[in-house]
Design a binder for this molecule. Structure first.
Ligand code: GUN
Ligand code: ZN
Length: 426
């Protein structure tokens, strides 16, 4: 059964910094979908003869691939906008108490449902998500994602040096992660990530266990935080005086490879950048979070000098919104603060195909190419009166940039998962 969607279409399949031809744009495009998968895409005029008889929905707005949030914490949804602290104090005061409530499955179910519905409302169809230390927090998220047909990658948080009431052990970390991998592997559009919180909350024995989990399961990802905040970096240097730098702490336990996703990377050594690039590990940059917690910003010129793989994360609850448009707009401002001009097409790449590449899902999502799943959003570049004024008669690049600087959930007209319009389930 074929269906089709007709409208203005834009995607960026590869980093346009390396390949300007990666930007693909059809002012009047046709996307033909069979069983949720794109079978053809191109200019309407070119495809009308073959697919003109297919039932076609006309979409008013700019169609782009569904957004990929490469780093976000679902249990922190209700602690967004918590006032007054940098990272380590913010965790103690606002976040750890909130995460303790996820010991209760009913609470996890309720927040997971609200979180995923919010992602969809913001045009995010795929995400790499922190749960909590509780095994049930992952079950809650995966069940809710399965019910919505979303692409969610997550895992139980490992934190045996965490605060009282939010601590596991190397043995439970391994056993519960193994059980979750066995229970969820191959179901729906889900994936697993071994998720040590960060170097300060895992013992050496637990980081070694995380490395063994990765070695035993080549299909899973590694997801953690790296070099986010100056005080965190100082504490890591204090605990690991023999490590060459922060990344080296993870490297010593076998946690750095092509399937590793590190959030932030605001304070990286050249050596770390070279190592990230050589291994194919990626950085999910989270500019709204970095501004909110006073952490600093990714040095984009440094990352680009070494060819580090990059994507974009909201990092809610430290991030100030789930919108990947808003996050892209802040990525521009963060880059410019360090004297680099981030191109809006590159920011769109980070928020779509770049995120897909970081999650090793390029064959499935990210660019609305034939063979990929038909996850897409319809953007409204006149969502507010001011946006309408700014985008009237503007070029495509200007409109995309205005969407990133001025847009948020108001600019999401509709979200589609595998060719079906998504609605709220909670
Ligand atoms: N580092 C360790 N845990 C966290 C967290 O929950 N949020 C952020 N932003 N950084 C962290
Ligand atoms: Zn985070």
């Amino acid at each position: 059964m074929l269906t089709a969607f007709r409208g203005e279409m834009l995607s960026v399949a590869r980093d346009p910094r390396d390949d300007p031809a990666a930007v693909r744009y059809e002012p009047d495009g046709l996307l033909v979908v069979e069983d949720g998968v794109v079978v053809a895409r191109g200019a309407y005029d070119a495809l009308a003869e073959r697919f003109g008889a297919v039932p076609t929905e006309r979409l008013d707005g700019l169609i782009v691939p569904g957004f990929v949030d490469a780093h976000v914490h679902y249990p922190q949804l209700d602690r967004i906008a918590s006032h007054g602290e940098q990272l380590l104090d913010w965790l103690e005061r606002h976040i750890f108490p909130a995460e303790q409530a996820f010991a209760e499955r009913a609470h996890a179910d309720a927040v997971a449902a609200a979180f995923l519905d919010e992602l969809l409302r913001h045009g995010t169809t795929s995400a790499l998500v922190f749960a909590t230390v509780h095994e049930g927090s992952v079950d809650a998220l995966f069940e809710a994602a399965l019910a919505r047909d979303m692409r969610i990658v997550s895992g139980k948080v490992l934190m045996d040096l965490g605060p009282e009431g939010l601590r596991d052990t190397p043995a439970t970390a391994r056993g519960e992660s193994e059980a979750l991998i066995a229970r969820w592997r191959g179901r729906g559009r889900l994936g697993y990530a071994v998720t040590p919180r960060f170097a300060l909350t895992s013992s050496d024995a637990q980081m070694a266990a995380a490395g063994e989990l990765l070695a035993a399961h080549p299909d899973v990802l590694l997801h953690t935080h790296l070099a986010e905040n100056p005080r965190e970096c100082a504490a890591v240097a204090g605990r690991f005086p023999d490590a060459a730098d922060y990344l080296d702490v993870y490297d010593r336990f076998g946690l750095v490879g092509a399937r590793s996703v590190f959030a932030h990377g605001c304070h990286l050594t050249d050596r770390s950048c070279a190592r990230l690039s050589a291994t194919g590990a990626g950085i999910a940059t989270c500019p709204s979070s970095n501004l909110f917690l006073g952490s600093g910003f990714l040095d984009l010129a440094q990352a680009d000098r070494f060819g580090v793989k990059l994507a974009l994360g909201s990092d809610v609850g430290a991030g100030t919104g789930l919108s990947m448009l808003h996050t892209a707009g802040l990525a521009y401002q963060a880059a410019l603060a360090r004297d680099v001009r981030l191109d809006p097409f590159r920011a769109l790449y980070w928020a779509t195909a770049g995120g897909a590449a970081m999650l090793h899902l390029s064959d499935r999502i990210g660019a609305l190419e034939p063979g990929q799943e038909a996850d897409f959003v319809v953007l409204d570049d006149a969502a507010t009166p001011l946006m309408a004024r700014r985008t009237r008669g503007a070029t495509l690049a200007e409109r995309l940039f205005a969407l990133q600087i001025l847009g948020d959930d108001r600019a999401i007209r509709a979200t589609y998962l595998r060719g079906r319009r998504a609605g709220s389930m909670s």
